[in-house]
Design a protein around this ligand. Structure first.
Ligand SMILES: CCCCCCCCCCCCC/C=C/[C@@H](O)[C@@H](N)CO[C@@H]1O[C@H](CO)[C@H](O)[C@H](O)[C@H]1O
Length: 534
């Protein structure tokens, strides 16, 4: 039975548990957490170069040191850094130190009874491929990406059975090649994003086919793609124009990638709108590239599961945006985004907590793409860096309500198999640097050892996992109380951290300096005594 939008009661909490065998995890990505940007033979990525340019990231922060110093910064869902593994250009050279790093990581996860879900591309393209070919603007990326994927399947595929080709390709395309807010910082408005996405979709399909024909029978794994999307809710549900605008909002993000992969072509509404807007500019062909019929059938059906990342929702209304002289991805959509001022917005300026949007998005996936197997790959909330509060009640609220909407979606019949909280640790947040914290663990970036402190939300999340959901109100209420009790002792540890850093300086710098001085003075004094004696 189809989800009834009109009957969706936003308010009520659903007590119940997830299906047996449902998987729970935590995630993080390579560039955001690993650091060590110039160690262990790692090559430069587009994010290394971009973040070192003045004015690209808040406070000119970089991912240089991040968290890789003391223990693996990854959870069960980890994202591999291509520039650490190989140098695709000019000759395919494999960096064995990089291979060992991920070998060890995968082994640690397995030893701790965690199933690694490995993403091949979370935005850190080798810089050489950007410089030489223009990165994802160039069709040659398909071959380079599939060589890289082949290397990963060959070296790690005996242990990794869940592969994600791309994480959030919308962001790669739009923020990398349209607005230029992300690496490589290109502003090719109205065409760059569409071209990048076209090559990414083809690269995904190529890798899926390679796995299917060369590795699947031996390794018995599965390959999917992870798409991050907001839900778009019509401002006026009774206004057909708003309803269509809201659907366009979702089609121009999720549908752009999901529709070719599950249905065999770009969403009709994207084709119609971009063709219309291109004609208004006087172009004879659409700025949206087209797939040939062979390509359509090659791409269709190339995801064994669909990864869904989701953080927030927008209200959407129809708005004509004439853009004859300045075409852009945004003006192609003819819509305006709004938010409800009542929605909580704890951290990132784009992230409002709207749990019911999650259930709607998941039901949209079910009806549009034939109810595919879904892995929720990213869901979480940030706080501003200045808050060093480990008793993060608002994050608990966010997780509790979003996971509850996920449970409701499963009751609606959506085929969701796993949930990954985003993210394990506080980390580098792209153009926002370290100013926003998404972690279940607080990281003290001031300290060179990057110590981690559990937030209350991690205690709460553990309870959800161990109960496989929300068994009953009395028990669930007790989790919040317990989480808030334990976080106050972690808060005290964190408060003592400046002292720890100070002590570290005393032991590492002051003590050796004083000792050296003492030895020197003793030597001088001894010489003086000897001379007097003679
Ligand atoms: C009327 C609207 C009012 C809002 C005004 C805010 C305007 C800000 C501009 C928004 C730009 C788009 C931002 C999009 C963000 C997300 O799609 C994206 N960050 C999700 O990607 C994942 O994010 C995680 C947390 O940031 C994580 O870092 C991960 O690596 C990303 O994959």
């Amino acid at each position: 039975e189809d989800f009834n939008w009109a009957k969706n009661d936003h308010g009520s909490f659903y007590y119940g548990t997830f299906p047996a065998g449902f998987s729970w995890g935590v995630g993080s990505s390579a560039y955001q957490t690993e650091g060590a940007w110039d160690r262990d033979g790692k090559g430069m990525s587009i994010w290394d170069v971009f973040s070192h340019r003045q004015g690209k990231v808040q406070h000119n922060e970089t991912g240089d040191s991040s968290s890789r110093c003391c223990a693996f910064p990854h959870g069960s869902s980890c994202h591999i850094a291509a520039p650490l593994l190989c140098f695709p250009f000019p000759a395919n050279h494999v960096n064995e130190k990089g291979i060992k790093y991920y070998d060890d990581l995968i082994n640690v996860l397995l030893e701790n009874k965690m199933t690694p879900i490995v993403t091949l591309y979370h935005w850190d393209l080798p810089q050489t491929l950007q410089e030489k070919f223009g990165g994802w603007q160039n069709i040659s990326m398909i071959g380079y990406f599939s060589d890289f994927a082949g290397l990963c399947f060959e070296r790690f595929g005996n242990r990794v059975k869940h592969w994600i080709t791309f994480s959030h390709p919308w962001s790669v395309a739009v923020e990398g090649y349209e607005t230029g807010k992300h690496a490589p910082g290109m502003q090719m408005k109205g065409s760059g994003a569409y071209r990048a996405a076209h090559h990414i979709i083809k690269a995904h399909a190529r890798v899926w086919h390679m796995y299917d024909s060369q590795w699947r029978s031996k390794q018995k794994g599965i390959v999917g793609i992870s798409l991050t999307a907001d839900w778009g809710e019509p401002v006026d549900i009774l206004d057909q124009k708003d309803v269509e605008a809201a659907e366009r909002y979702v089609q121009f993000s999720l549908g752009w990638f999901a529709s070719p992969i599950f249905n065999g072509d770009y969403p009709q509404v994207m084709k119609d709108f971009i063709t219309k807007k291109s004609a208004q500019q006087g172009l004879t062909t659409s700025r949206l590239p087209t797939f040939s019929s062979q390509e359509k059938s090659y791409i269709k059906g190339t995801s064994d599961f669909l990864g869904i990342g989701h953080f927030t929702t927008r209200y959407v209304t129809q708005k004509n945006i004439p853009a004859i002289n300045s075409p852009s991805f945004y003006s192609d959509r003819d819509l305006a985004e709004l938010v409800d001022p009542q929605w909580p917005d704890p951290g990132s300026e784009w992230l409002y907590a709207v749990p019911w949007g999650f259930r709607r998005l998941l039901n949209f996936v079910k009806t549009q793409y034939g109810n595919p197997m879904i892995y929720v790959t990213e869901n979480g909330v940030s706080e501003k860096a200045m808050c060093t509060e480990l008793c993060d009640k608002w994050r608990i609220q966010y997780y509790k309500e979003y996971i509850n909407e996920l449970l409701k979606a499963i009751k609606d019949g959506v085929n969701v198999r796993s949930y990954t909280a985003w993210s394990l640790l506080d980390k580098f947040e792209w153009e926002d640097g370290y100013s926003e914290r998404f972690g279940l663990y607080y990281v003290d970036f001031r300290n060179k050892n990057k110590p981690r402190y559990p937030k209350a939300s991690v205690q709460y999340y553990k309870k959800i996992i161990s109960s496989n959901g929300f068994p009953n109100q009395r028990e669930v209420d007790s989790w919040m109380r317990k989480a808030m009790e334990t976080c106050s002792s972690s808060n005290q540890l964190l408060a003592a951290d400046p002292l720890a850093s100070h002590m570290e300086m005393v032991t590492e710098i002051v003590v050796p300096t004083v000792c050296t001085l003492c030895i020197l003075l003793s030597a001088v004094f001894l010489m003086f005594l000897l001379r007097r004696h003679n």
